[in-house]
Ligand binder design. Structure first.
Ligand code: ZN
Length: 286
């Protein structure tokens, strides 16, 4: 297989979930071995941040890369998940603000924008990162992520537990392909609990959040009038986030990822742990 980029650029605009600021992003073709690079053209010197584990600045409710509070590209995970699933190896995301637009809280509008653009093969072999050992990261509150070796593909098993919502335990399993992503994962919107959201707003986060870009839960009720969009939407959104965060390994991932009550922090820590020891993985030609 060959590396893949876009035939031509595509432009998307929208507001950021946390900043509330409007950003216009241009997803542009990039040369072989570029990877996924975010380019803040609104800042002096137009800094570029490669979307890999060591660029992660923090994982406060979203995945943010850069070097400082000012020099950063925020909430990259849904776009990263779309690139991972579409097999896009090389792209430059030129952006004029801090945060990738949240759109409708899912990856559906990124999928739609990219569906119209031809993906082209480049003259270089395509690589994947194959997991060779079982690696785990867990916190002291019962959240954990594990990745194990398997022969091909990325398989994800995700379990969430919700205190007030029925069913309290929600599980979903997928093997990643472009088709599975488009049908089952991309439409799944981000979600939060009403009481948490009120608090987050008071500390200056989710300034752009609304029922147009998130599912809001209040106890066992869904506040959004239209309810859920797909079966298991909540856990499918967690899978969407993991597909994006795992792409911080720098290549499509071959392994079996299992997550329990985890978030961006856990997946990002796992990617760092994997990359810290070269015997944990091998880079193979696909
Ligand atoms: Zn998300």
């Amino acid at each position: 297989m060959k590396q893949i980029t876009l035939e031509k650029e595509v432009t998307i605009s929208g507001i950021g979930l946390h900043s509330g600021k409007t950003a216009t992003i241009k997803i542009k073709p990039a040369p072989i071995n570029t990877g996924i690079v975010f380019n803040r053209v609104d800042l002096a010197n137009e800094p570029e941040f490669k979307a890999i584990a060591k660029s992660v600045l923090d994982t406060k409710l979203s995945t943010n890369i850069g070097t400082s509070e000012q020099n950063r590209a925020s909430t990259i995970e849904h776009l990263m998940a779309t690139f991972h699933s579409f097999g896009i190896d090389n792209a430059i995301i030129e952006t004029d603000n801090v945060e990738t637009p949240i759109m409708d809280g899912s990856a559906l509008l990124f999928v739609e924008a990219l569906k119209d653009i031809k993906l082209i093969e480049q003259n270089a072999p395509k690589y994947a990162i194959k997991i060779l050992k079982e690696i785990e990261f867990r916190d002291d509150k019962g959240a954990s992520v594990t990745i194990k070796p398997q022969d091909k593909n990325l398989t994800i098993d995700f379990t969430i537990e919700l205190e007030h919502f029925e069913p309290k335990i929600m599980k979903q399993n997928i093997t990643l392909s472009k088709e599975t992503f488009i049908e089952k994962i991309a439409p799944a919107r981000t979600f939060g609990f009403k009481e948490q959201l009120d608090y987050l707003r008071t500390i200056g986060l989710i300034q752009g959040g609304s029922l147009d870009n998130a599912i809001v839960l209040d106890g066992n009720k869904i506040i959004n009038e239209s309810g859920l969009r797909i079966e298991n939407e909540l856990v499918c959104h967690k899978i969407l986030d993991s597909i994006g965060d795992l792409y911080l390994l720098g290549h499509p991932v071959i392994g079996h990822f299992t997550a329990h009550k985890s978030g961006h922090f856990h997946t990002v820590e796992l990617t760092k742990k994997i990359l810290a020891d070269k015997s944990n993985y091998e880079i193979i030609e696909l």
